[in-house]
Design a protein around this ligand. Structure first.
Ligand SMILES: NC(=O)c1ccc[n+]([C@@H]2O[C@H](COP(=O)([O-])OP(=O)(O)OC[C@H]3O[C@@H](n4cnc5c(N)ncnc54)[C@H](O)[C@@H]3O)[C@@H](O)[C@H]2O)c1
Ligand SMILES: O=P(O)(O)OC[C@@H](O)[C@@H](O)[C@H](O)[C@H](O)CO
Length: 387
């Protein structure tokens, strides 16, 4: 069995690659980072250090590595005979990996089982986004896309911080993980991945993950950044930050319980567990990584505006989420390209224009005015040096 995985970064090596390896797949990593690919191609194995209460070390071997920019022909050949293709590159990068996957599917022998494609990104239905990119490139002369490949949405959960440069290929991760995959596209024959859970209806799981783990995480990052803190666990140790995060998760709990029918107790237990995960002192995670790409995080269907908009549509003013949105608007990490772009939008637009551009909300939406007021307040603040 062979899996081709795009994106040999934190989650690629520390989670998706690890689980596929443990499921018995031979791995081919594809990435554009030449130094990383050279290192992987020269290595026989790397270690995944799971840190927390019960630390363990797992070894990943039986992998190869290809530069997806420089070795496209080899990559297409690998995909044409693979069983699985996964990605962990970031939702905005899916369009760049689609061409090689499209060519690889087109080159498949008709006798092979359909390629199983799963995007492992933090976004609602990321695999659908990838499938749309592939479908747009697809030439029907190569056959029917749906008979040559199946596309399954997934929700992936494991905190994998940026790694210390001196660590080589080894990855430090938390002990917790969850990989939930939509079972329906596999028509009764899902891949055998022991660490994954297959479900009939992914929507509740993916929204619960994004609107609890990622909403809470990003809130901790932005409140922590405002407080001048660098480590995510230090942000969670700050009582004011922790209370603000807790209040945000109370609001998303209200939405998730009423929308998806999770019981209050079940959702509360989920929240408690992730608060402990965020506070893991063994995990060297930073507010910069967790807060990265604020424009993506403030977009319409993402972790803040998504749940806040739905609460507003139900007549609820999401005060705590609005507080987190205000903090996100102040995230001016100079190392983050989207933070710079956010600052430019705020500096060059009216409050209404900036609100529409940043959040995708329309002026008629019940959340629009509240966010626009925050934008205006942010614009009125004197330019502040990064924390
Ligand atoms: N790190 C986590 O805790 C975590 C957990 C769950 C989900 N995710 C999601 O996984 C994805 C990756 O996150 P990450 O933390 O591993 O980021 P990362 O930056 O560590 O890894 C991304 C990798 O993708 C590579 N890449 C970029 N463009 C590419 C291209 N065109 N072709 C092939 N490779 C390309 C980069 O070189 C990098 O090695 C994101 O969608 C993220 O939201 C991350
Ligand atoms: O990857 P992002 O930028 O969407 O979000 C940053 C973190 O919240 C995220 O990577 C978490 O660590 C992860 O989603 C935990 O499962």
């Amino acid at each position: 069995m062979k899996a081709v995985h795009f994106g040999a970064g934190n989650i690629g090596r520390g989670f998706v690659g690890l689980l596929l390896h443990e499921a018995g797949y031979e791995l081919v990593f594809a990435d554009v980072a030449e130094a990383l690919i050279t290192q992987l191609a020269a290595a026989d194995s790397y270690a995944v250090h799971e840190v927390g209460e019960n630390p363990t070390v797992r070894t990943v071997d039986n992998f190869r590595a290809l530069n997806s920019s420089l070795q496209e022909a080899e990559l297409v050949a690998e995909i044409s005979t693979a069983d699985i293709v996964t990605t962990a590159v970031g939702p905005h990068i899916l369009k760049f990996v689609a061409p090689a996957i499209t060519k690889g599917i087109a080159a498949r022998d008709a006798g092979l089982a359909p390629l199983q494609v799963m995007a492992c990104e933090n976004a609602i239905n990321a695999t659908d986004i990838l499938r749309d990119e592939i479908a747009a490139l697809w030439d029907d002369a190569a056959g029917s896309l749906d008979s040559l490949a199946v596309f399954a949405n997934t929700a992936v959960d494991r905190i994998v911080p940026n790694q210390d440069a001196g660590q080589g290929l080894d990855v430090t991760v938390e002990t917790f993980y969850e990989w939930v995959i939509d079972r329906k596209p596999f028509a009764g024959a899902p891949p055998a991945i022991p660490g994954a859970t297959f479900v009939e209806d992914l929507a509740p799981y993916i929204e619960r993950k994004l609107f609890t783990v990622n909403t809470g995480h990003a809130a901790a990052a932005y409140f922590g950044f405002e407080a001048g803190l660098e480590k995510l666990s230090d942000a969670m140790a700050d009582q004011d930050v922790a209370e603000d995060v807790r209040a945000v998760l109370e609001e998303t709990k209200q939405l998730l319980v009423s929308k998806h029918g999770f019981s209050n107790e079940e959702q509360e237990a989920y929240v408690q567990k992730i608060l402990v995960r965020f506070s893991n002192p063994y995990l060297p995670d930073t507010v910069s990584r967790v807060g990265r790409a604020p424009l993506r995080k403030l977009s319409r269907n993402e972790r803040f505006i998504g749940p806040a908009a739905e609460l507003a549509e139900r007549g609820i003013v999401p005060e705590a989420l609005l507080g987190a949105i205000a903090a996100a608007l102040r995230f001016n990490d100079p190392a983050d390209a989207e933070a710079t772009e956010l600052a430019q939008i705020l500096a060059s637009s009216t409050p209404a224009e900036a609100t529409a551009r940043i959040t995708g909300l329309t002026p008629e939406h019940p959340l629009f005015d509240a966010v626009s007021t925050l934008v205006e307040e942010r614009q009125a603040e004197p330019a502040k040096a990064p924390a």
